[in-house]
Design a protein around this ligand. Structure first.
Ligand SMILES: NC(=O)C1=CN([C@@H]2O[C@H](COP(=O)(O)OP(=O)(O)OC[C@H]3O[C@@H](n4cnc5c(N)ncnc54)[C@H](OP(=O)(O)O)[C@@H]3O)[C@@H](O)[C@H]2O)C=CC1
Ligand SMILES: CC(C)(CO)C(=O)C(=O)O
Length: 329
């Protein structure tokens, strides 16, 4: 059995290195400088008490892989890159292989199921950082993270169990859940704050805005008849298995995945698939979502103006959220 890691950034890099280190057969699909660096030197994984170079076979495109039926594929790109990746998998000959969406948000699974029959959701609890090409870090111990896994739209099958066994051997704890999407909706509530931290800086106070954004999302879930697992319900497991560290020798945390995109100069952020999911559900179910829809506009503003994390103040963000949403950005 091989595990194919598609998208070797922060999460994909840590998972690929952790799996390869545990003896699992892994192939990474990466691009640009990351692909070159991993091909030349392997992946450097830093974690509490660990600084290891791990050889990881890497290709630049799915068409370079001789696909086997029992391959497990882990999607680890940001949600805005998923559609293109799925189409590349299909044109490379992937059909019934199990596809795991190790991504935030809840939009990737349905996009994947449109093209492929065997789709699984993964809730990713893993504070990972892409440092430079070929080098990643994870800021938690004793485990590198906790992944909830299950088949989409529901159930747990043999592919989930195969993936969980491999992850557990790689120091990533797992929970097999028959309704993994409820867990992913709970995680989404946490990720609604990603853009706030990106706008204000990852250590900035967000006042009551974070709570108001979450309350708006919960109202939308209720209106849509969708349940969710509050992330606080699993605090005890995280406290035991994922003790956070603020820094590693020579490496400081720089905030969550949206912060990291902005720091790397991304011109497209994942916000439309996080806060934007709430705006979409609100529009489908007749509820106004001025805060989450407004935060998508904040994200577009940050990306278009090429701003850095912390370049906005809370009053500026609040003012943008209060604007008429039909005005151009
Ligand atoms: N970082 C974190 O701590 C956490 C992230 N997540 C979630 O995990 C997912 C991944 O996030 P993260 O790892 O931070 O993102 P990164 O941007 O660090 O990594 C994604 C990688 O995928 C690459 N990629 C995208 N499309 C392709 C493609 N077609 N072919 C090859 N490579 C591709 C990107 O390349 P390029 O750089 O060239 O764009 C990038 O290196 C997101 O959904 C995020 O929300 C969840 C929990 C924690
Ligand atoms: C919860 C959090 C913020 C952890 O890093 C995350 O999921 C992300 O970075 O997107």
């Amino acid at each position: 059995m091989r595990i194919i890691i598609y998208g070797m950034g922060a999460v994909g890099g840590v998972v690929a290195a952790a799996l390869a280190r545990s003896g699992q057969s892994v192939i990474g699909i990466a691009r640009g400088a990351m692909a070159q660096a991993v091909a030349a030197r392997g992946l450097r994984l830093r974690a509490p008490g660990l600084d290891a170079w791990v050889p990881v076979p890497v290709v630049c495109h799915p068409s370079e892989i001789d696909w086997r039926d029992d391959d497990l594929i882990l999607l680890c790109m940001k949600s805005q890159d998923t559609q293109a990746a799925l189409e590349d998998l299909r044109s490379a000959g992937v059909t019934r292989q199990a596809l795991f969406c190790a991504q935030n948000g809840v939009a990737n699974e349905s996009a994947a199921l449109r093209l492929f029959p065997n789709v699984h959701g993964v809730t990713v609890m893993m504070p990972a950082l892409y440092l430079v090409p070929g080098e990643v870090a994870v800021f938690t111990e004793p485990k590198f993270g906790i992944f909830d896994l299950g088949r989409y739209p529901g159930g747990v099958d043999a592919d989930d169990r195969r993936m969980a066994t491999a992850l557990e051997a790689a120091m990533i704890a797992t929970n097999l859940l028959p309704d993994v999407m409820a867990s992913k909706r709970g995680k989404l509530l946490l990720n609604l704050g990603n853009i706030l931290k990106a706008a204000l800086g990852h250590q900035a106070e967000t006042g009551t805005l974070g709570q108001r954004v979450r309350a708006e999302a919960e109202a939308v879930f209720r209106a849509a008849g969708l349940d969710w697992q509050p992330p606080e319900e699993t605090d005890a497991q995280r406290d035991a298995l994922m003790r956070p560290v603020d820094s590693l020798p020579g490496v400081a945390r720089v905030g969550g995945s949206t912060n990291q995109s902005l720091l790397r100069g991304a011109i497209r952020l994942e916000t439309d698939y996080l806060n934007g999911e709430i705006a979409l559900l609100g529009r489908l179910h007749g509820l106004d979502t001025p805060l989450n829809a407004g935060l998508c506009r904040v994200a577009a503003h940050l990306a278009v103006k090429r701003l850095r994390p912390g370049d906005m103040t809370l009053p500026e963000v609040e003012a943008m959220l209060a604007m008429d949403q039909t005005e151009p950005i």
